[in-house]
Ligand binder design. Sequence first.
Ligand SMILES: [Cu+2]
Length: 119
Amino acid sequence: MQVLKQAFAVCTASALLSIPFAGNAQSSMDHSKMDHVKPETSQTIPSMSDGEVRRVDLETGKITIRHGYIKHLDMPSMTMVFTAKEKGLLTDVKPGDKVKFMVVDEAGKMVVTAITPAQ
Ligand SMILES: [Cu+2]
């Protein structure tokens, strides 16, 4: 009986000791989760894409661009219609212009938020 009590006491002590370790494991798990998220986050950071203007529609604020691979949208090169964030963005570009432009996915709609002539 005496021995059993001691064993129980030891068990309890080690169980208590393991709590700080459990805490550490928890926080290091959270940390690794954060590390795991980082690459996905950096992949979606928008950057300027290369393209050539095919068509500009100031009325509707739409612009057709033959664009190269868009990394942050994982979109292969193609010719497609974008919606300009503001129609004013389209006043300085015309078909045939080589441009660099910023496009973001706004609820499935591809929106051009900036466009500048390519050097
Ligand atoms: Cu596209």
